[in-house]
Design a protein around this ligand. Structure first.
Ligand code: S3P
Length: 432
């Protein structure tokens, strides 16, 4: 593997750019927007509420903001597709509208827990109805205003934090959210970029309701979660030397780099810059002899989306890797502990799932030592599909990944970029 690549824009930031651009006064220009299905679901939701949005055209989007109170009632349910971020953040915003909304999702999203947002929204005085077991669809009865609350998150979730803060824009008073561990802070950073006064003190964030958002320019960095696939790929591939350009390295997202460095990865950062309040850098990764580690729990929430591919790194390391404190992985687009353990076991790797993590005995680097290529069911989960594409680098024979069209939710163009960097990978239409 060798070469330079720029992976697509950050998914979390792309979602938020549409939401805040829509609620702002004025025109917001976005560059580097992720044209993946998840972020497009958010874009379509705001179009359905009367926001005029131009693009996307090669990552450029222009949002004609309607102001905090300018959204219109949609004529049909808002379809969040596969995207938990769309559903949970939009649920917060809908709480402050003067109309009712129904939020629906695909099969995977319809199984994901929504109690975590229903609870705080109920405390804010909003009536939210959900399907069985507090799963989607969500019916939100907007009242035009919400009660400010002081909320301690029961789990480390940036989606829940963001849901409460966005609802808090419609509160008459100060909304306070305290998190049990550091989670991604893109909402807070972007609100500040739109001129909103948001205060962060330790693990507590405060926001006075009723503040208006002023349109601004947004430059979306490359998604570190997408870059992570190639970081692991280059680490486990022989004679690799790749550079990933302009990767978003917000410290609340960059846990994957700390974990890989602790495993002995050869990673160098250069060209550090800050764009639109978000730190970025180029990331050079060369082959390395990885070693198994016990992953520090404080890094779990700040690397939460990268564990599927980190499990692949662990399978190729020398010795044992132990992950604990990551029970949230069980409620992502799939149960990522079970699905990754099953897939790795099918390849012949000793991967033992636990309630809140995994124990993996790495195969190490003895020459010729490889696991078996096999057929993997991605279970509708984009990151599972891409992780096994990376695992194929050290597999004997071919790895066939079913349901891989899901990669478009977060990483359109993955196969092309992976081939350009030297992976032997192709997309097969129909059943692989
Ligand atoms: C996200 C937060 C994380 C992450 C998801 C995107 C966000 O979810 O897994 O892919 O944009 O806020 P949780 O907040 O549920 O941990």
């Amino acid at each position: 593997m060798s070469g330079l690549a720029r992976v697509p824009g950050d998914k979390s930031i792309s979602h938020r750019s549409i939401m805040m651009g829509s609620l702002a006064d004025g025109v917001t220009d976005i560059e580097g927007f992720l044209e993946g299905e998840d972020a497009l679901a958010t874009m379509n939701a705001f179009r359905a509420m009367g926001v005029y949005i131009e693009g996307p055209d090669q990552g450029r989007v222009r949002v004609h903001g309607v102001g905090l109170h300018g959204l219109k009632a949609p004529t049909a349910p808002l379809d969040c597709g596969n995207s938990g971020t769309s559903m949970r953040l939009i649920a917060g915003l809908m709480s402050g509208q003067r109309f009712d909304v129904t939020l629906i999702g695909d099969e995977s999203l319809s199984k994901r827990p929504m109690k975590r947002v229903i609870d705080p929204l109920t405390l804010m005085g909003v009536r939210v109805e959900a399907g069985e077991g507090s799963r989607p669809p969500l019916h939100i009865h907007g009242k035009g205003a919400v009660k400010a609350i002081d909320y301690s998150l029961p789990m480390a979730s940036a989606q829940v934090k963001s849901c409460v803060l966005l609802a808090g824009l419609y509160a008459d008073g100060v909304t306070t959210v305290t998190e049990p561990a550091v989670t991604r802070d893109h909402t807070e950073r972007m609100l500040r970029g739109f001129g909103v006064d948001v205060k962060t003190e330790g693990s507590t964030v405060r926001l006075q309701g009723g503040q208006t958002l002023k349109a601004c320019k947004i430059d979306v960095p490359s998604d570190v979660s997408s870059a992570a696939f190639f970081m692991v790929a280059a680490s486990i591939c022989e004679n690799a030397d790749i550079t990933l350009k302009h990767v978003g390295l917000n410290p609340t997202r960059a846990g994957v780099i700390d974990i890989l460095l602790a495993m002995g990865a050869n990673i160098e950062l250069s060209n550090h810059a800050t764009i639109g309040g978000e730190p970025v850098a180029d990331v050079r990764v060369r082959s390395a002899k990885l070693k198994g580690i016990r992953i520090p729990e404080h890094l779990v929430p700040i690397a939460i989306d990268e564990f599927p591919v980190l499990f692949v790194a662990a399978a190729n390391a020398v010795g044992e890797t132990v992950l604990t404190g990551a029970e949230e992985l069980r409620v992502k687009e799939s149960d990522r502990i079970a699905v990754m353990a099953n897939g790795l076991q099918a390849c012949g790797v000793n991967a033992q799932p636990t309630e809140d993590g995994m124990i993996i005995q790495g195969l190490g680097y003895k020459s010729g030592l490889r696991y078996q290529g096999t057929v993997i069911e991605s279970q509708g989960d984009h990151r599972i599909a891409m992780s096994f594409a990376v695992a194929a680098i050290r597999a004997e024979g071919t790895m066939r990944i079913r349901g891989a069209q899901t990669v478009d939710t977060s990483f359109p163009g993955f196969v092309t970029l992976a081939s350009q960097l030297g992976l032997n990978i192709s997309a097969v239409k129909g059943r692989a």
